[in-house]
Write a protein that binds this ligand. Structure first.
Ligand SMILES: C[S@@+](CC[C@H](N)C(=O)[O-])C[C@H]1O[C@@H](n2cnc3c(N)ncnc32)[C@H](O)[C@@H]1O
Length: 213
């Protein structure tokens, strides 16, 4: 699948790490901070919207013995990730398509910085919940609807076929609960400063556990 975001991130790939460092992109560190106190020991991690591997690197610092599978539809991003994580598995695929076709089970699924870009955030959450091992966890970020500014709009249609979708925190939680996910930690973070004077991009980070565990 090649949509606008795939072409966009493919072009960005060679400079993505440099740009995110300049933008102070710290969601992966924040996600690791939320996971650390939970005392998890995941053997198998699935990283959706893996990009250049920043999320996987942060998770592997916390869980060095885990096997990691990185999924991303942008080949350039995965190329950069491969160079950093030679022992990992890489799949060039849309998150929902990968999950729908997979029979795998993961102890930890991550989706950091990508759910506002996918065609249907809820479909990814639903499919990811179904692929968690018993006692497994899902850590994800999304761009919540806020009362003012750009984030008061459910969708921002950008150029070159790109769109950013937003959902109310309460709606995300209601839907996640309906997929059997139980919220164990959450925090709201400034992810980066948008260009064009549109202010801070505010994300919610959430850790859910599978079922009642
Ligand atoms: C902002 S980057 C985040 C990458 C990484 N998780 C990080 O924190 O650095 C968003 C990533 O989502 C990927 N992406 C875009 N559409 C996607 C989709 N439908 N399914 C999975 N990943 C997608 C992009 O290719 C890009 O690598």
């Amino acid at each position: 699948m090649r949509d606008g975001w795939v072409a966009d991130f493919d072009a960005l790939a060679p400079t993505y790490d440099q740009r995110t460092a300049q933008d102070d992109w710290r969601l992966n560190d924040r996600a690791a901070e939320m996971l650390a106190p939970l005392g998890l020991a995941p053997a198998r991690i699935l990283d959706l919207g893996a990009g250049t591997g920043q999320t996987a690197e942060a998770l592997l610092r916390l869980f060095p013995d885990a096997e990691v599978t990185l999924v991303d539809p942008a080949p350039g991003m995965l190329r950069a990730a491969r160079a950093k994580l030679p022992g990992a598995t890489f799949v060039e695929e849309d998150a929902a398509a990968f999950l729908a076709a997979s029979a795998g089970r993961w102890d930890l699924v991550s989706a950091i910085g990508c759910l506002e870009l996918v065609p249907d955030l809820f479909e990814v959450l639903r499919l990811a919940a179904a692929r968690l091992a018993p006692g497994g966890h899902l850590v994800a970020s999304h761009e919540p609807l806020l009362g003012t500014g750009v984030q008061a709009r459910p969708v921002s249609i950008l150029d070159r076929g790109r769109a950013v979708s937003r959902h109310a925190v309460e709606e995300v939680e209601r839907r996640a609960a309906s997929y059997g996910l139980r919220r164990v930690a959450s925090r709201v973070e400034t992810a980066f400063q948008r260009g064009d004077g549109d202010g801070a991009a505010v994300y919610e980070l959430v850790v859910w556990s599978a079922g009642g565990v």
